[in-house]
Ligand binder design. Structure first.
Ligand SMILES: Cc1cc2nc3c(=O)[nH]c(=O)nc-3n(C[C@H](O)[C@H](O)[C@H](O)COP(=O)(O)O)c2cc1C
Length: 402
């Protein structure tokens, strides 16, 4: 059965949910699936904004057929050429052979790389700032290169102030009927997953997100429609403010994320003892993660959220324990910066982990090492507690700004 909803007069959500997918991009665990959003405008002209992943093709085509009710589709707008939004371009062109497929030159290069169908005859190439009138609705094309692919565009519907934002402002997590931010407890249900989505997928491109903010500054925006997750219409500033912070790599909260690697439990023991000492010094927001256990995407998300980080790991084959090595590699790749960091290494005969971690953080921008880094020899002994107290003092006074 069709499953659609009118989100503004004559504009419809025509997307769907996939709750079977284990990992987004075959990389990020999905505890509660993901939605693929697509929007259909039925005006004097008809326009479909983006398509959906081929996992939900049947639902999608049923939605479109129902709403189109025999009408011709005039425009298919391709804001983002990633396959989870392009899985149905070929189907739509087959259903509506006269449709104009609207994209920029980069979109069509990517399309012809990914797909076999030649849509050159359907192509309509737009440039930054171009406008497309559909009758009463009017779409303005705002290019958003590298948010998070090079061809990405957004469309500002100028008569109502609706921003079709491609992947920006999206989130992991399927929709549960309620489509709008004011119909759900967005803060409790989605923010953590929106941050995990942003930090891991868009995180590297903070400067490009800031460029888009400059382009849309001063425009009236009453609704934001992303390609994943809820639509914002009530508290738009909530997500805009979070995106502003995240893209500037500013912490949302003062707090400490302790992430450790440990084989025999000794580094884990030190991490837990440090968390305890921080708590006793009045630090309230502390997160502790085992890098071998928790998927890095969750740790990265909290690294974007909190102001202070503690990395603790043993030496492994004269290198850094692999899961920590991987996590620090991801942090560097995502351009994480502007955090205060404390370090704890561990080794039994020849130390390498602490040196490598120190170098890794030095290669990231504005990562300030605080306190004296600890290099444990196998196990931190009770007689060495002062060293951990000193480190806890340094971190706590920095967090609490004493
Ligand atoms: C495969 C393997 C390789 C290791 N390589 C080194 C090494 O190169 N240098 C060193 O000092 N310790 C090395 N270690 C020892 C651990 O780093 C050390 O015992 C550490 O205290 C373990 O901390 P944990 O109790 O938190 O797992 C190695 C251990 C294993 C299992």
């Amino acid at each position: 059965m069709y499953n659609v909803r009118e989100i503004s007069p004559n504009i419809y959500w025509v997307g769907g949910n996939d709750r079977r997918l284990e990992q987004f991009e075959n990389l990020f665990p999905l505890a509660n699936g993901v939605s693929y959003n697509s929007y259909l405008i039925l005006d004097e002209k008809t326009a479909l904004i983006d398509t959906v992943d081929d996992a939900i093709t049947d639902q999608y085509l049923e939605n479109i057929t129902h709403l189109m009710n025999g009408r011709e589709l005039d425009y298919l707008i391709i804001n983002h050429m990633e396959p989870d939004h392009c899985g149905n371009i070929e189907n739509i062109v087959k259903m509506y052979p006269n449709v104009k497929v609207v994209g920029n030159t980069k979109s069509f290069t990517l399309f012809h790389q990914f797909y076999n169908m030649d849509i050159t005859a359907n192509q309509m190439i737009v440039k930054e700032g171009d406008e497309l009138s559909l009758g009463t609705h009017n779409l303005k094309f705002v290019f958003a290169p590298m948010v998070h692919w090079p061809e990405v565009m957004m469309n500002l519907e100028t008569t109502k102030g609706i921003l079709f934002a491609a992947d920006a402002f999206g989130t992991f997590g399927a929709l549960a009927g309620n489509l709008f931010d004011d119909e759900i407890d967005y803060a409790n249900l989605y923010i953590d997953e929106a941050r995990r989505y942003y930090s891991n997928i868009v995180g590297k491109f903070g400067a490009q997100v800031q460029s888009v903010f400059k382009k849309i500054a001063g425009q009236e925006i009453n609704m934001i429609c992303s390609l994943h997750g809820p639509i914002f219409r009530s508290d738009i500033s909530l997500i805009l403010d979070l995106y502003d912070k995240w893209s500037k790599y500013e912490a949302e909260k003062d707090g400490v994320v302790i992430f450790y690697g440990s084989m025999y439990g000794n580094t884990a023991n030190t991490a837990d003892a440090l968390a305890n000492k921080l708590a006793q010094r009045g630090v309230t927001d502390i997160r502790v993660y085992d890098v071998s256990k928790t998927h890095p995407s969750y740790i990265i998300s909290d690294i974007f959220k909190y102001s202070h980080l503690v990395a603790a790991a043993p030496t492994y084959n004269m290198g850094l324990y692999y899961p920590m090595d991987n996590l620090l590699h991801e942090m560097a790749a995502l351009g994480v910066k502007n955090r205060k960091v404390a370090l704890i290494g561990n080794h039994s005969w020849a130390s390498a982990a602490l040196k490598i971690m120190t170098e890794r953080f030095a290669s990231m921008k504005n990562m300030e090492i605080i306190g004296d880094s600890l290099d444990i020899k196998s196990r931190l002994k009770d007689g060495e507690e002062q060293k951990l107290d000193d480190l806890a003092d340094a971190i706590a006074s920095s967090v609490l700004k004493k």
